[in-house]
Every structure is written in structure tokens, then in C-alpha cells.
Design a protein. Sequence first.
Length: 216
Amino acid sequence: MREPYEDLVLPEPPADRPYVSINMVATIDGKVVVRDDGKEMGELGSEVDHRAMRRIESQCDGTLIGAGTLRGAPPGWCPSTRVRATITASGWVPYDYAFLHACEGTPVVFAASNAVQAPPGVAVRPFHGWAEALSVLRREFDVRRLIVEGGPPLNAALISEGLVDEIFLTVAPKLKLGSGPTLASGDPLPFARMREAELVSCQAVGSEVFLRYRIV
């Protein structure tokens, strides 16, 4: 059996920004956070899911993740993309994590305030909205395809502004219950502005399901 996304080829990007894909794993009841110690990342997905994530990354030039989600990631996590970007409002950025100092390529921090004091080697850009930030990634860092890996507020902001082209969602065979975060949080969209998507592919491997949606 072929594994998910073995033949993946992402489309060409728009003229003014990268082609943006969100990649997340969630429980059957939709939760994307399963740990109880305040950390955002947990081992929801299997090794098959991890390999699928790496295949998506291999199609992308850049990775984008919120600073809170980055703080909850393993300190040694190092995506294979050439550019790795995060966004912070508070300035609390884990510069000692591999994502920002030990991986090959260029780390970028979008700062929503003047509180960011980045070490040498980290490119800092002011944050004035997501359309501009994506334009900066395309124009200054030549990011043609971008993978976004959370957290829920970041996903929601990009979806709300119509800046997401695809969503890759792995449904893990687990149940968390409670009122924990889902794929996208934030203010709900009015009914008339709900985003619609078409199913591109659906593959089950064991008890995991790998879904690929294109936003229309």
C-alpha cells in the first residue's frame, strides 16, 4: 500500500504570496492539543503521519508556526524547509530552539511589537497583517510554497482572511473530550462567510485517516 502523499505535487503559487497549506493532526472529536502540562504539541499522530508531514514539508520552501505553538514543540524540532518563520506579539520567542538557530536555512520572526530582541542570524520583520507578512515571505525570502503548522489562532487568522489554499488533516484514532482547542479558533465566521472546501484525497492507513482539502 502506498503511503499518504507519496505522489504529492503542490500547485504553483499566486503572484503575490506563497501557496499556503495548513497541516494538522486531530483526535476523532477534533482536538489538536492533548497534553495536560500546558504544552501544545503531543504525539497524536503515528510514524506514518510523521512521514506524511515530512513529504508535505519537502514540497515547501517555508514553515510558519505561532510562537506559542513553537514553545510547546520539542526543542530539537527542525523542519526541512529552507525558511522557518514564527509570529510573536509578546516577544517571548524560544531562540534556543533548533527551529530558530540550529537548522539550515533562514529563521524569520514577525514581530507585532517592538519587544523583540533577536540574536544575530534571525531576520526580524514588523508584523502589519497576514497579507503583508505572506508577501514579505514571497518577495524577500522567495517562499513559493508555505506549510503552516498551527496553532489554532494562527490557522484561524489565515483562513478568515482567505489566505489558505489547502488543509491537510490527519484524524488520529483517539478521543480527548472536553473543550480543548480545535484546528482553528478565534471569532466564528458569519454563516454567509463560511469557507468551503473540496475533498482532494482521502486515505485510511490502519485506523488513521489522511484528508486533503482545497479551499474554494
